[in-house]
Design a protein around this ligand. Structure first.
Ligand SMILES: [Fe+2]
Ligand SMILES: [Fe+2]
Length: 161
């Protein structure tokens, strides 16, 4: 994605908890992309960037876990392949922040990894693996289909105001 593009919305997949989580993910991604796009060499670090990255990592950790639990409950056989993608990308995301903290990558390095590698992957993952998973979950509903405690949206709503 180039500096001038705006972040494309994530595609709807048709399963409520996934679409709700993806909407949350989009809002968090949009903040990070907004901080990174247009950043040039001598610019200082945008305020809140690391906090936003950590929030997105935590959101992704919970969202990925929830998808994996639902795939497991529904007996979805491609679960290991889907989980492998989650694990790999989560590790990369954590690595971005660790490298930034350690001074191993510059803001420009983070910008190119995040905008050119992570964001396109996230869109592709939602359009392919998540869509296929959603289709299976819709066709194979689990009897006790209660929301799981791992769900980001559910846990956010449960928190006392
Ligand atoms: Fe997802
Ligand atoms: Fe996924």
């Amino acid at each position: 994605m180039s500096d001038k593009e705006t972040l494309e919305r994530l595609p709807a997949v048709g399963v409520d908890f996934m679409d709700d989580d993806h909407e949350e993910a989009f809002a968090l991604l949009d903040r990070i992309v907004g901080s990174l796009e247009g950043l040039v060499d001598a610019d200082p670090e945008p305020p809140g960037l690391r906090r936003d990255l950590r929030d997105f990592i935590e959101h992704s950790r919970q969202h990925f876990r929830h998808e994996e639990l639902e795939m497991q409950r529904a007996g979805y056989s491609p679960l290991p392949i889907h989980k492998q993608e989650h694990d790999q990308r989560l590790e990369e995301l954590v690595g971005y922040v660790d490298d930034l903290d350690a001074g191993v990558i510059s803001l420009q390095g983070l910008k190119s990894r995040f905008l050119d590698e992570f964001v396109p992957w996230y869109h592709k993952h939602c359009s392919t693996m998540d869509k296929a998973t959603a289709k299976f979950l819709e066709a194979n509903p689990v009897s006790e289909n209660k929301p799981c405690d791992q769900c980001w949206v559910v846990t956010q709503k449960k928190r006392p105001v």
